[in-house]
Design a protein around this ligand. Sequence first.
Ligand code: PFF
Ligand code: NA
Length: 435
Amino acid sequence: MTFILAAAGSAVGLGNIWRFSYMVGESGGAAFVLVYLACVALVGLPVLVSEWLIGRRGQKNPINTMAELARKGGHSQAWTLIGISGVVAAFLILSFYSVIGGWSLSYTLGSVTGAFSGKDADAIGGLFNGLLASPGKLLLWHTAFMLLVVFIVARGVTKGLEGAVRTMMPALFILMVVLVIYGMTTGHFGEAMSFMFNPDWSALSGGVVLAAMGQAFFTLSLGMGIMMAYGSYLGEDVDLISTARTVIILDTLVAILAGMAIFPIVFANGLSPGEGPGLIFVTLPLAFGNMTGGTILGLMFFVLLTFAALTSAISLLEPVVEFVEERTPLTRVPATLIAAVAVWALGIAALMSFNVWDAPVAFGLNVFDLLDTFTSKFLLPLTGLGAIVFAAWCLDRESVHRELSLGATGNALWHATSRYIAPIGVIFVFVGGLL
Ligand code: PFF
Ligand code: NA
């Protein structure tokens, strides 16, 4: 139970509500959603189980785990690259994740002061654009969010969060359901459901499929060595497949509920689903501003969203801190500060992408989009691919079968999926997306 809470605390975050909904909107809806679900089941589950399998054997942080398992099995030390690219990915992701965490903090305050009540779509959009246009405000909130993360990580009180996850997660879930019910009253629920679940396959392209796979990795915290690190805490008796299934179902439900809550509001207010990263910040406040009890529900929502973002952010900072601690003479607190300052500084470049520095820096993308794209479409899939290939091809097959205790059919299925279906799928999507 504790393990599931920790894994779910890392998985459920801004990725489910903020990123999932804006990606769905931007990618044209249902086709993206269905490909995403397929990726979660066919790639996400085997990669998650592989990362845990590896972590449980190595019993160390991802870099050392990979080094040791590779050495023991007589494989190349190049496998440690998986651990290293995981740390790099965590570092890059946290820099922009914190900027969005800052938006959530800012909206928490906005809910307290009643900034959203009684406002129409234009006014709500204006508020959000005002936030984006101000590097100073963004910096303030990004800094505040990072400070919260640092405070928790430096004090090493991460364990204490499990209790909080236990109550906050169900609360977030219930609030999402309330929002979906509100969505049903807007008169545009059917339209939203058809947008999300009735695919227009012509909207599909290699790029959309790669984006969907990237979202699957991002949302499940895969390809960052994080789940591998968590695996080192797993007891021998834990059933990896059913645990993975539980975490994945929780994560997926939150994302789907978020979509079902947000798109009715989009259509009811004549907004564009392809709004971009601001989507939840221009839709949900509208709902809260117009429903009975909306002020208090809105406040609760942004508090819970910020909390979910914090638990995910902590799991992102942790490997970076460990990396610094291990490679320098620094102890925990200074290592945390150094790691956090570096992340924070990169985050400043990310937040300037929304105002003074929105010019493309490479591949036609600004810093924010570049960080997001490079990690979700490149680093995460490749690192995840490395993890599953290592688990499927380099770990002793018999012992893996014993560990997963699946029976003959299950073993054959695991074998086929982890050796062929998932890796080939990832390569296919990756190459197709790049082309
Ligand atoms: N999975 C988190 C989310 O969906 O918000 C984000 C995240 C956390 C990604 C931790 C990666 C990670 F290692
Ligand atoms: Na997630």
